[in-house]
Design a protein around this ligand. Structure first.
Ligand code: PMP
Length: 356
């Protein structure tokens, strides 16, 4: 029986996507060949890549607005490094907002390239909130932020209004909510939460921002080379790109980002309401910064952990243990998570209260 999968990533994808992806492994487009055995230069696969690149821009409202979409490899972690390599001027500076472990990872890589200014951090409170008051220096090449902090369950609701190019790691909330994506010069997101399986990273780049650093960049790390080769500089991760395309098609059929945002709000509101109502639980993230994607909470009395863990396992729930740096629980309720699964979790929380 299919489990209610609250895993933080790799994570749930629509059941329909799993089915179509499985079918393509056996026989892609009735070609008598598997998606895994055809050339990435074949007409059939080039069509997949072209559609995936176009659909990513369309879903974000960036079609025809001077952006390029790439499907690269190396995870969001490689973009931590590729971003400063391509955007930080030789001898220049960049500014970062430190809102969680992944932001810290991005900062660490940027430091290899030049002066990296951390404009604000919430580290002293174990990243339970998103700092709001900070200034971005006027002489930095770009400002980097993380829209959703997967581990801590916080999410940026506002982005700074600035002339400095904005770069955002959207790994755990891409395609989940309606915002003005054209405020960003560069967006990146590992596929394995809201988009597809692990193995590819979506990178969206605004025209005109590259080739200004004075650095010589090795080809595989150079965004312009990937753009000029239409995301086929080398063999792309064909299965991850294809499965991401299927998920984006699913989202488009559902009504796109506008429609999923409403569903995501409904799911998150239901769960936060129960956390706030049920005297046995408390939320981890500051209320105003709560994520619609990763809901972090703890038991007020750790003595109930054993019985609660037994109850949710019996309810066929999987993947709600919190990250080791936070403890407690984390319910990741990405786009593909059905509302019914959220209700199952809420009912277990209510049952625990009735039992005790
Ligand atoms: N950024 C965020 C916000 C993440 O949640 C993660 C990991 N899940 C990463 C970056 C690192 O991604 P990857 O493992 O694809 O390198």
């Amino acid at each position: 029986m299919k489990k209610h999968n609250f895993s933080a990533g790799p994570s749930i994808l629509p059941q329909e996507v799993f089915k179509k992806a499985s079918q393509a492994v056996l026989d892609f487009n009735n070609s008598g060949l598997s998606i895994l055995e055809i050339s990435h230069r074949s007409k059939d696969f080039v069509a997949v890549m072209d559609e995936a690149r176009a659909l990513a821009l369309e879903l974000l409202g960036l079609e025809g607005k001077g952006y390029q979409a790439l499907f690269l490899q190396g995870g969001a972690s490689l973009e931590f490094l590729r971003v400063p390599y391509n955007l930080m001027k030789e001898g220049g500076k960049a500014a970062y907002l430190e809102t969680g472990t992944w932001a810290t990872g991005a900062i660490k890589q940027a430091k290899q390239f030049g002066e990296t200014i951390v404009v604000a951090t919430s580290k002293e409170e174990n990243f339970s909130y998103v700092p709001k008051k900070y200034e971005i220096p006027s002489d930095v090449s770009y400002f980097h932020c993380t829209s959703n902090n997967t581990i801590f369950g916080t999410q940026m609701k506002e982005f700074p209004k600035t002339d400095i190019p904005l770069v955002c790691d959207m790994s755990s909330d891409i395609f989940s909510r309606k915002i003005d994506y054209s405020q960003f010069s560069l967006i990146y997101a590992g596929a394995q939460k809201n988009m597809g399986p692990a193995g590819t990273t979506l990178v969206i780049i605004k025209d005109g921002i590259l080739n200004k650093t004075g650095r010589s960049i090795p080809s595989i790390l150079d965004y312009s080379q990937h753009i000029s080769k239409e995301s086929m500089l080398n063999t792309p991760p064909v299965f991850a790109v294809y499965t991401s395309l299927l998920t984006m098609q699913w989202l488009k059929n559902l009504g796109g980002v506008d429609a999923i945002e409403k569903i995501n709000e409904t799911k998150a509101n239901l769960l936060y309401k129960e956390i706030d109502r049920n005297p046995l639980f408390k939320g981890v993230a500051k209320t105003e910064d709560r994520s619609l994607m990763n809901v972090t909470f703890t038991l007020n009395n750790p003595e109930y952990q054993e019985i609660f863990d037994k109850m949710w396992k019996e309810a066929n729930i999987s993947g709600i243990n919190g990250h080791r740096s936070v403890g407690g629980y984390r319910a990741s309720i990405y786009n593909a998570m059905p509302i019914e699964s959220v209700e199952v979790l809420i009912n277990v929380m209510k049952d625990l209260e009735n039992k005790i």
